[in-house]
Write a protein that binds this ligand. Sequence first.
Ligand code: PLP
Length: 419
Amino acid sequence: MENGCDNEKWKFRGNEELNAASISVRGVLNLLMHNIDPHHPRPTIMLGRGDPTDFPSYRITPSAVDAVVDCVRSFCFNSYSPTVGIHSARSAIAKYLSQDLPYQLSPDDVYLTAGCTQAIEIVISALARPGANILLPRPGYPQYEARAAFDRLEVRHFDLIPERDWEVDLDSVEALVDDNTAAIVIINPSNPCGNVFKYQHLKKIAETARKLGIFVISDEVYGHLVVGSNPFVPMGELASIVPVLTLGSISKRWLVPGWRLGWIVTNDPNEILKKTGIVESIKNYLDISPDPVTFIQGAIPQILEKTNKDFFSNILSIMRETAEMLYDRVKEIPCLTCPQKPEGSMVALVKLNLLLLENISSDLDFCLKLAKEESLIILPGVAVGLKNWLRITFAVEPPTFEDALGRLKAFCDRHAIKQ
Ligand SMILES: *Cc1c(COP(=O)(O)O)cnc(C)c1O
């Protein structure tokens, strides 16, 4: 443009849909990281994302590392994989997930993806025929919105209710549905809310979806990461009522988000997803997209079968301690309220009362100043669809978390309105 190049003569443009939908967790975190003072006397604490792999307590077991090394050394996994994934991995995932279900999944129900992120991409694309729409939770996981915008799939939001342990507002769901609605997305255990749905509520969601003629996409990437009293119930348990696509990965429970291995699973005893062409669309998409790395696929049976129970229970006991700390310490900060003690996932939402603060105009402003003054990164709620809340990651080492909550309190005290 500078040297008089005129825009008019070119026929091409950037993807405006993509640019308009470019609010992403990573984008907001980058913005906050720019506000960190490099000369700050204290180290930066990152409570903005669900990736605790830098902390020594959150490290995958040696047996899983061995499984990967063995696969690389064997030379058996140097080839392209089948587009749906290699059989041994599909079979191991089917067996793993069936432990929690009243029926057995078949390996053919499992499609391997590059993390749960690609599972989202594929499912959204499979539904994005012209005119179709999808129901997404608010607050939610913005990857769904961004992907839908990119694929021109219309999004309709339903609310999650903080006072009711973040349950779905089912009345609002009914009002949103029309003949072009394909599915409703739930995230359980929830990022960003930190709750775990009770069986009875899941059943109501299933019955509502069935009545409305739509299916359920259940993002269970945090499956079994539960620190409260509600047990994790997979939506697939209710697949006899309504067809369910379950999305998951090894990123969160096994703490290896960099290994990029996820799945889409059809929980569909009545074969409705098959009859309506959804399965065919997923397969067609897989035929033209890159596959997860073959040697990671090769390691899946060992990773799922040999990771010992102590690994999971140790992680959960640390997270139980930090969830407790979060809930207790937030009570001592007048401008913050945590509606429930976190029950699962790695994050929770805390409400911000701006009326009690001076010179803070929004949740984003709060987080920008917090980054600058305390070298502490917290995600503003606006990034997950809920303005003037904060999403705090509690999958952290307890001493680090103690330090972080102290800084958060100091910041709020310093900015409190003087009487
Ligand atoms: C982390 C996350 C994902 C993406 O998982 P990956 O396996 O890292 O791609 C999907 N959904 C939710 C709700 C998440 O928190």
